[in-house]
Design a protein around this ligand. Structure first.
Ligand code: BDR
Ligand code: CA
Length: 310
């Protein structure tokens, strides 16, 4: 039986690769894709999600638009990394598949209520606004979530959008606090892990050689890696979001620790910081499996194999 998941996303080239990896993998049944404002405004993320589904030959996928701004704050976007469209690289055709009429938050609630309790995994790879809103609107769904596997936060790497915070958590820290305190099983892929999933030359050329889908993916990484290579002086850029899907497919690629993670929502300097008790000094109960390391070669082997199936 494939594992049922909902991807909550703000594409974003690395989000797009995560969606492709999920759609290429028969172990996963993607029940729907819910979009949120993040890397770019909602009007672009929902169009980008549909473009990516069509690229994967999955015009039948249900794509929903959700919250267009954080719970309590003005939206911060990341065009400086992802480009004006959020999906700069090779221009994909405008999607012909429809956007679903339901709001993403209602789709999340209805699906979690309709499916057997404990059977649906959420994979948030953008700001956590939709997920937190669903939990607030329908608290009964919290106990029905099998697991949340999200990309966000950092410990040793500290921050990317500010010196102290990672983008997805910083954009909507109040939403992140709701999700981290909800009490459902939580797996966190922080920058400490995703900064190891680097787009080196051989890895990207292997993807490019796959054919049309691989060439689009390589055009995306060609675009956004310039920014990260300059910023970090690294030999490639981190492919953050697909780490979540890779974890669902091959958890043995990742190692981490069950620890307590709290979200800073009060300080101007450290807003959205994931205060991760890696050394377990706080005495606070663990609420997350916080990843610390990954097998990057194994990850790219998996990604290349799966994208080759599209
Ligand atoms: C996260 O922020 C976004 O720019 C990426 O898509 C990823 O989800 C990394 O900090
Ligand atoms: Ca993202």
């Amino acid at each position: 039986m494939p594992r049922k998941i909902i991807i909550d996303t703000d594409p974003g080239q690395d989000d797009a690769v995560a969606i492709l990896l999920a759609l290429a993998s028969s172990e996963l049944e993607v029940l729907g894709i819910t979009c949120v404002a993040g890397n770019v405004p909602l009007a672009l993320t929902e169009v980008n999600a549909r473009k990516v589904c069509e690229l994967a030959g999955r015009a039948d996928m249900r794509v929903f638009a959700g919250c267009d701004r954080p719970l309590m704050r003005r939206l911060i976007t990341a065009e400086h990394v992802h480009g004006k469209t959020g999906l700069d690289g090779v221009a994909l055709p405008a999607p012909t598949m429809p956007l679903q009429s339901a709001h993403a938050v209602d789709f999340l609630i209805d699906t979690l209520r309709a499916e057997p309790a404990g059977s649906v995994t959420l994979v948030p790879i953008g700001p956590l606004t939709n997920i937190a809103m669903a939990m607030r609107k329908a608290p009964d769904i919290v106990g029905r979530i099998a697991e949340i596997v999200l990309m966000g936060g950092a410990y040793f790497e500290v921050g990317n959008i500010t010196p102290a915070a990672e983008f997805n958590i910083h954009v909507d820290p109040e939403a992140a606090e709701i999700v981290f305190r909800a009490g459902c099983p939580l797996v966190v892929m922080p920058l400490d892990v995703t900064h190891k999933a680097l787009t080196t030359r051989p890895r990207i050329e292997a993807l490019r050689a796959l054919g049309p889908v691989g060439q689009v993916v390589a055009s995306w990484t060609d675009f956004f890696e310039r920014f990260d290579m300059e910023k970090y002086g690294s030999e490639g850029a981190p492919l953050h979001d697909p780490c979540t899907i890779a974890y669902l497919l091959k958890p043995e690629l990742f190692t981490g620790r069950e620890i307590n993670v709290e979200i800073e929502t009060g300080s101007a300097l450290t807003l959205g910081m994931t205060v991760a008790d890696w050394w377990r000094v706080s005495g606070r109960a663990p609420n997350a499996l916080f990843m610390g390391d990954m097998d990057a070669e194994g990850f790219f082997a998996l990604l290349t194999d799966r994208l080759g199936r599209l």
